[in-house]
Ligand binder design. Structure first.
Ligand code: PEP
Ligand code: MN
Length: 264
């Protein structure tokens, strides 16, 4: 496997807009689940940047469980992301769900996100593998670590070697959290792969009250970064409001993370 330590023994790092992921520092990527308006995105960007986030997240294409839920602002949302990138001088990460949108996303964003539901979408992986743009590959909801690394091989085999893995929780019998964060995946990935790994505590938790503890545990376990949902006003969020941190909760969490690891 190209993603394995047997293939490459030294850790790989991915650099985006001066931010190194997989190096000595812990990269925090934060922002709203979905881009809802220019005002909402810019306000989110301002607060996450002030708190110390290195990368701005925001979904323009939203893969929703129901076809009747808000599907994202699509191209208009990408335009707002490009604006925020310039205004706040922050690299941006956004998800792609359709192979036909890959080239356009690769031109606009600094990191292309492949969502959990698309981890084994081989047409999408193949298309993203052709790009010279960093990619964050989320672990599938019901995927083993081996399947995850095999999916990463599609990207690496295509020539895209700027791959970041993201643990975001898996399906178990437990229902008190949205997904069960597999904390063990961090040391397992560090043991068997050269790729950097970040953790998304928001989708694992499903509730804002659980996010800080999971985020701190991930950093303590050796994660190279975090992907956290933050909304200027979570109660009004169109998507994932319950798991989104308020600006003040996010700021407090960054302070706490610095007690766990000085390099946040
Ligand atoms: C997201 O990051 O908003 C998202 C849809 O995540 P996941 O693919 O992990 O469910
Ligand atoms: Mn979300």
């Amino acid at each position: 496997k190209l993603a394995s330590k047997e293939f490459k023994t030294t850790p790989s790092t991915v650099t985006v807009g001066g931010v190194e992921i997989g190096g000595n520092r812990i990269a925090v990527m934060a922002g709203p689940c979905a881009v809802e308006s220019e005002a909402q995105l810019f306000e989110a960007a301002r607060v996450v940047k002030n708190a110390g986030a290195a990368v701005l997240r925001g979904g323009a294409y939203k893969p929703r469980t129901s076809p009747f839920s808000f599907q994202g602002l699509e191209k208009i949302g990408l335009g707002f992301l490009a604006g925020a990138r310039k205004e706040f001088d922050m690299p941006i990460i956004s998800e792609v769900v359709d192979p036909r949108d890959v080239e356009n996303l690769a031109e606009t964003v600094d990191i292309i996100q492949i969502g959990a539901r698309n981890m084994q979408n081989y047409a999408l992986l193949t298309e993203v593998g052709k790009q010279k743009r960093p990619v964050l590959l989320k672990r599938g909801l019901s995927s083993t670590i081996d399947e995850w690394l095999t999916a990463a091989d599609y990207l690496l085999a295509g020539g895209n070697n700027q791959v970041i893995l993201c643990e975001r929780g898996i399906r178990t019998f437990e229902t008190s959290t949205r997904f069960s964060l597999d904390i063990s995946s961090i040391p397992v990935i560090k043991r068997f792969s050269h790729l950097p790994i970040v953790v998304d505590p928001s989708h694992a938790a499903g509730h804002y009250a659980l996010v800080p503890a999971i985020a701190k545990a991930a950093v303590a376990a050796g994660a190279d970064g975090l992907l956290i949902e933050v909304h200027p006003n979570p109660k009004e969020a169109l998507v994932d409001g319950l798991q989104s941190l308020t600006p003040s909760d996010f700021s407090r969490l960054i302070g706490e993370l610095r007690l766990v690891a000085s390099a946040v």
